[in-house]
Design a protein around this ligand. Structure first.
Ligand SMILES: [Zn+2]
Length: 587
């Protein structure tokens, strides 16, 4: 089995005439699209041609972009890839302006519904056409749009770049060495308690160096969001973000209500973990990720592949066969190496019907789980191939459905034969993730809400931001977290608060985990009979609202009861953890 991925399906090299021709074609297509919008044509034909044009443009952009991004992911220093990516980024701004013009055109059509009804092409794309009509109501006037985009380059965008620079260059003094922040944060997983504590203290000591400019970055970005939200005629930023996530307030409220109800259970878990680690009054922030139990089993890639083949072969043979092909056809870049970035991801190309997965496999169970997770994304893309390209992108809350399903399925399979120590350690890892996705996410949601509220009148100071963060952590973690070791500067650490145009990027995490768990519960109950429904659910993730997609398998995401039942899975794990932890402590 080859351990690197094959990118030659995209292009042969950065001087491949096919790539150069595609870049020229993308340039020409923007101009052609504008000409099409100005042309005198029968409306139905014109709309059909606009859709076809946007589809072709998406295909071309996606292939060229992927080639650059995937290359850079494993060869950070590839200058040709970087140069081509910059060229494509500039072209994609023009493509974005064209898409906006198309949205405006759709918004101005008198009778969109009869145009849709009279055309197979338009019927197939009905959801995004109707969505564009809603979006058009919130667009800036054409004369303003370009200037607003440019103003943001010197406003929010500059603040975001400054933030990236400050965080990228921030070093932390740790035991006589100067370390980058991610290396220090990574020590939260260290088996040595003293290392975890010292790293946390060193991290907090480093933030004052950047706190003032970071407060201005945050104030600038959130202030711009409030201005744009008003200009776009949304009542508030949350409503805008929910609309862009195809989610409604009712769904968010139902989910948050169930999460709040589950907080006492999460605190039981945190306190049990605290006791296990020798803390009397709640878990210190620096021990949230502390490893518990001893999970020493490691896997070669062949063993990992066999485990995945076994678990999914029994559960979902079609998916297992697909995964096998992904290994066989060099879809995956497996191992860490110099110049390759960290982490893992999966990228899909709709036109070619392929995905590419990057991992940094070193052989832990977590690495096997990551492979299953990313292969879940690839399977999701395979299911979405039947949808037109403009409806093949799931909104953020649904994007982690297949990956969560796969991680859960793999864990269940391994747990069936795991020894007690291993089972305990896996259970704890699962609870660390659930606590992040529910409790920490709630604190981030509360904090971001407070920042927007304050920013309506002024730029919050460093001290105000720290107080807001502590209040948010207090409300979410309560006495589960030790009162004297919290993290007042998490607003500096988390990059999500600073992404221009993307706010409240917290609730989709909670949704992703709890929805994925709920879907998995259906599979547990109904077995293989559920699989056709499951695949159909994945296939429609890009062509309906979140609530309607969930309703297609009988899940009502607007009801608190649904979220309660998903959280019951976590509650069950917490009960088991608390029992096992007490046994351990009694030894
Ligand atoms: Zn994922």
């Amino acid at each position: 089995m080859e351990s690197t991925w094959d990118l030659s399906v995209f292009y042969q090299s950065f001087s491949d005439p096919a790539l150069l021709a595609d870049i020229q074609a993308i340039k020409a297509m923007t101009a052609e699209g504008n000409a099409l919008l100005a042309a005198e044509l029968p409306l139905q034909e014109k709309l059909e041609r606009i859709i076809a044009h946007l589809e072709a443009l998406s295909n071309k952009l996606s292939r060229a972009f992927l080639y650059c991004q995937l290359t850079l992911a494993v060869e950070a220093e590839n200058r040709e890839a970087f140069r081509t990516l910059e060229e494509l980024s500039a072209l994609s701004v023009d493509a974005q302006v064209l898409r906006s013009a198309c949205t405006r055109f759709i918004g101005e059509l008198d009778d969109l519904e009869s145009l849709i009804a009279g055309s197979a092409k338009l019927t197939a794309n009905a959801f995004i056409l109707r969505e564009a009509r809603q979006e058009a109501k919130h667009m800036l006037p054409e004369s303003m749009e370009k200037w607003m985009l440019r103003m943001s380059l010197s406003g929010g965008d500059s603040f975001q770049k400054l933030r990236d620079q400050l965080m990228g260059t921030l070093t932390v003094d740790f035991q006589g060495n100067s370390l980058p922040l991610p290396a220090i944060r990574g020590k939260a997983f260290d088996p040595d308690a003293a290392v975890r504590k010292a790293a946390y203290e060193a991290e907090l000591a480093a933030y004052p160096k950047v706190a003032l400019p970071m407060a201005f970055c945050l104030g600038g970005i959130k202030g711009e969001a409030l201005t744009l939200c008003e200009a776009r005629n949304y009542p508030d930023v949350l409503t805008q973000q929910l609309a862009e996530s195809r989610m409604d307030h009712e769904t968010l409220d139902a989910m948050l209500t169930a999460i709040r109800e589950a907080l006492p259970d999460f605190r039981r878990y945190l306190k049990a973990k605290a006791t296990l680690l020798g803390h009397a009054d709640g878990l210190p922030f620096y021990d949230l990720f502390a490893p518990v139990g001893d999970d020493v089993q490691t896997y070669t890639i062949e063993e990992a592949r066999a485990l995945i083949a076994d678990a999914f072969g029994k559960a979902h043979p079609a998916m297992a066969a697909f995964m096998d092909q992904a290994f066989e056809n060099r879809w995956i870049d497996l191992y860490p190496r110099e110049g390759k970035e960290g982490g893992a991801f999966c990228s899909e190309n709709h036109e070619l019907g392929i995905s590419r997965i990057m991992t940094n496999f070193v052989g832990s169970y977590g690495d096997v789980s990551t492979l299953a997770h990313e292969l879940g994304h690839a399977w999701h893309a395979r299911c979405l191939e039947s949808a037109p390209i403009l409806m093949a992108q799931p909104p953020m809350p649904l994007a982690e459905t297949a990956s969560t399903f796969n991680e859960t399925l793999l864990a269940q399979t391994v747990l069936e034969t795991a020894n007690p120590q291993r089972a305990f350690s896996m259970l704890e890892s699962s609870l660390v993730e659930a606590t992040q996705c529910c409790v920490d996410i709630l604190s981030r949601y509360l904090f971001e809400s407070a920042v927007f509220e304050a920013r309506k009148t002024h730029t919050p100071t460093v001290e105000e931001l720290r107080q807001m963060m502590l209040a948010a952590q207090d409300e979410a973690y309560g006495d589960g977290l030790a009162a004297d070791t919290r993290h007042a500067d998490m607003w500096i650490n988390k990059g999500h608060y600073y992404t221009v145009g993307l706010h409240f990027y917290n609730f989709p995490y909670a949704f992703g985990l709890l929805f994925g768990l709920g879907v998995f519960q259906r599979y547990r109950k109904e077995g293989k009979a559920f699989l056709p429904q499951y695949d159909a659910l994945l296939a429609r993730c890009g062509s309906d609202t979140v609530a309607n997609v969930a309703a297609s398998i009988g899940i009502d995401v607007r009801s608190v009861d649904y979220w309660r039942s998903a959280l019951d899975v976590v509650r069950g794990e917490i009960d088991e953890f608390v029992t096992l932890a007490q046994k351990q402590a009694a030894r």
